[in-house]
Design a binder for this molecule. Structure first.
Ligand SMILES: Nc1ncnc2c1ncn2[C@@H]1O[C@H](COP(=O)(O)OP(=O)(O)OP(=O)(O)O)[C@@H](O)[C@H]1O
Length: 293
């Protein structure tokens, strides 16, 4: 394990039949560091994030968070341990309001603090919910206040819509709700899988600024992003993958200019669109700024 790493994954491997989607990957993130993972479609980025966050089980490898072995924990236990993630296409509970979606993040945190006594603990919890003593009402009021504060991170995008069901929101707003819910967990590490996927140019810039603000708060962030402009601006370090393996790692500029990375993108001809992949490696080009989804 790399010394000083908050999260350390070593030898992570995942096979799907004959495909080795992730092949012996090591990934180390220091506290407060912003690490982006790039690579052409099918490189293994999302599978790697799924393995680190408990959405999938690795065949080999180990993940340590602050010295604790969290390998293959369930997503719920991962959340309790402090690993929060968002998904490539966004996942929210459509029939629940914005408030309730974000409260779920708070609730997971509270559950983590409670003793896990079978039968007795759930019964006590139900009784507390039915009787609603003053302590429960105060706790709920505090959580709702916290949700309002988290949602305010997104300016006026979500605050006026706190009581609306999320199915009624725009796609970009649903993705904001997902990040708000992840923040409500008070995560030790925030894993963002293409937070700007499917967003237009102005929504992308807005999301980039939000992620930048989260970085400036000193959060530890792992990002998958195809929009290289965002990667170049935000990352302390970049890791490039291809065919399940790490092919380059270092400063954003060094990885962008690495011949192996350029070749990996060119080998795939295009990244999700129709333009030559080369353009997407240049920050400030229309593809880099405008998206590849
Ligand atoms: N559940 C699965 N079953 C079978 N193969 C899978 C599964 N999930 C991923 N794969 C395969 O593993 C490889 C890596 O896929 P993955 O989605 O992790 O790539 P990616 O780098 O995230 O790509 P993208 O940028 O398109 O999201 C691909 O060949 C993919 O087809």
């Amino acid at each position: 394990m790399s010394s000083g790493a908050l999260l350390s994954a070593t030898g992570v491997t995942r096979r799907f039949g004959g495909i080795i989607a992730v092949d012996g990957v090591d990934l180390h993130v220091r506290e407060g560091e912003f690490l982006s993972v790039i690579g052409p479609n099918g490189a293994g980025k999302t599978t790697l994030f799924n393995l680190i966050s408990g959405q999938d089980r690795m065949d080999e490898g180990r993940v340590m968070l602050e010295g604790r072995d969290i390998t293959n924990l369930s997503p719920r236990r991962m959340a309790e341990a402090g690993v929060a993630r968002t998904f490539q296409h966004g996942r929210v509970f459509g029939n629940l309001s914005v408030m309730d979606n974000v409260l779920i993040g708070c609730h997971t945190r509270l559950r983590a603090a409670r003793p896990r006594v079978p039968v007795v603990a759930p019964v006590l919890e139900i009784l507390r919910a039915l009787i609603r003593p003053a302590s429960v009402r105060a706790e709920e009021a505090a959580m709702r206040e916290e949700v309002r504060a988290i949602v305010a991170t997104f300016g006026e995008r979500l605050t006026p819509r706190l009581d609306e069901p999320t199915y009624a929101l725009s796609y970009a707003n649903r993705r904001r709700v997902e990040i708000a819910r992840a923040l409500a967990l008070h995560p030790r590490i925030l894993i963002l899988d293409e937070p700007t996927a499917g967003m237009n140019e102005s929504e992308t810039v807005e999301m980039r600024d939000i992620v930048d603000a989260l970085k400036r708060q000193g959060r530890t962030i792992l990002l998958i992003e195809h929009k290289l402009d965002m990667v170049m601006r935000l990352s302390d370090r970049v890791m490039a993958m291809d065919n399940g393996r790490v092919i380059a790692e270092g400063t954003p500029a060094a990885v962008r200019d690495d011949p192996k990375v350029i070749e990996a993108y060119l080998g795939h001809a295009t990244i999700g669109g129709g333009e030559p992949a080369e353009a997407s490696l240049m920050p400030g080009t229309s593809r880099a700024a405008g998206g590849v989804q």
